[in-house]
Ligand binder design. Structure first.
Ligand SMILES: [Zn+2]
Length: 114
């Protein structure tokens, strides 16, 4: 075995080790995704059960739920920072990245004004 072969074998071994680490990372990521998927499914079922209970005890309608959801979505709408351009939730009064203050009507602080 010459020097070139030895060097090539080292590269192959290194690549194989890297491949194993990558495969392990992919496996762990897939397991995490599956756990998250199951958590979302459980939360979805809990939300459905809670909504059924609430409807039967309070008389709220699906339309009430939709209007509330739309209201929350509007309050939590993402926006771009005017200075750094990064996207984030508008419920924060300042950009998390550069500190630029968001327009007051876009922050939840406006909800507390009388
Ligand atoms: Zn910013």
């Amino acid at each position: 075995m010459n020097l070139y072969d030895i060097r090539q074998n080292q590269r192959i071994s290194k690549a194989q080790a890297e491949n194993k680490r990558t495969a392990r990372n992919v496996q762990e990521s897939q397991e995490s995704i599956e756990e998250l998927r199951q958590s979302v499914q459980k939360l979805s079922l809990v939300c459905q059960a809670m909504w059924q209970l609430l409807q039967t005890t309070s008389g709220l309608s699906d339309q009430d739920l939709l209007e509330t959801l739309q209201s929350i979505e509007q309050k939590n709408a993402a926006q771009n920072c005017s200075k750094c351009g990064r996207v984030q939730q508008s419920k924060k009064p300042h950009c998390l990245y550069c500190g630029t203050a968001f327009p007051e009507e876009a922050s939840t602080m406006s909800c507390f004004k009388v």
